[in-house]
Design a protein around this ligand. Sequence first.
Ligand SMILES: [Zn+2]
Length: 364
Amino acid sequence: MKRLLQLFIFTVTLLSLTIFFSACQPAKEKPTAKHYVWMGEGQNHSTDFLTEIFSKLKDAGISGVMYQCPVDNYEQAVTIAHQNGLELHAWQTIMRHPEKELLKNHPDWFTVSRDGKSTATNPPYVDYYKWLCPTNKEVRNYLVNFVEKLASIKGLDGVHLDYIRHSDVILPIELWEKYDLVMDKEYPEFDFCYCDECCKRFEKETGIDPRTLKDTAPDNEAWRKFRYKTVTEVVDLLTEAVHKKGIKITAAVFPTPTISKTLVRQAWDKWSLDAYYPMNYNSFYEEKPQWVEKACVEGVQAVGDKAELYSGLFVPALTPDEFRVAIKASKKGGANGICIFTPYNMNDDHWAVLKEEIAQWDKQ
Ligand SMILES: [Zn+2]
């Protein structure tokens, strides 16, 4: 009986100690959620206009703005954003870069399709689909200078990359009808890049000139990975350049690394950015808003603890009720918050849903 009592006391003591020490362990802190919007300056970017919309965003619980405007207009926007308690990130397109001066002076910097046409002169899908080649060294220098200039803007919180990828080799299914296409496989006119620099480097690395692959090109794993790798190399250079200036670098990417690689050769699971903003635009993939959860789960697993993930939502295709479902799905999928495209597309009901759901986000 005495032994039993001793055993009982020993067990209770051990249990209490275990509970005491586990209580002393610092709990793994969950970062506070943040929520963002993508927006351009629009036609009216006066101080009054920006003050009004930034203050409305802050009131709804938004933390920051991915803002697109000419480089010279950023300083004013940063000042007004900060006055309203918001971060401001410079949102700019990177590889799709249809600048007149570059088209005129450096047509050889632009990507070339498997059927030998340059996006400088024969852009696929739409006239502005003119893309710089990620392998080209002069392009790399040009882009590093471009982001360094952005990162030097006084007070800027971050550089936000967009179109940091190849042109769509396959479009999201919702767009097939729009362009009267059936993109059941990789077709030569949409498959990039076969410029001299890409072909020579790949041949040096593997002994194969990709131009000789023709219709078997999509089956060549090394050639597919080469395209992912050269985009990743550009991202790494830009990351280094922006971090040197002491601010964040983030990107808008396609939903999930799997879809991103298949459609636009964007292997963002291999990048080292501070945060990813996958465009979880369910309607583009003929999916319901609940699908956003699955997309977030795959993205969060891919980036792990290395970076944050904000779930991009496409408001023009979401009713206020669907918007609510998509916000909840983002949270359930493990996102650090949402990013809205765009506040200009929101009606009063969307604003009400946004405010309610952001207030709820950290409570649940
Ligand atoms: Zn190329």
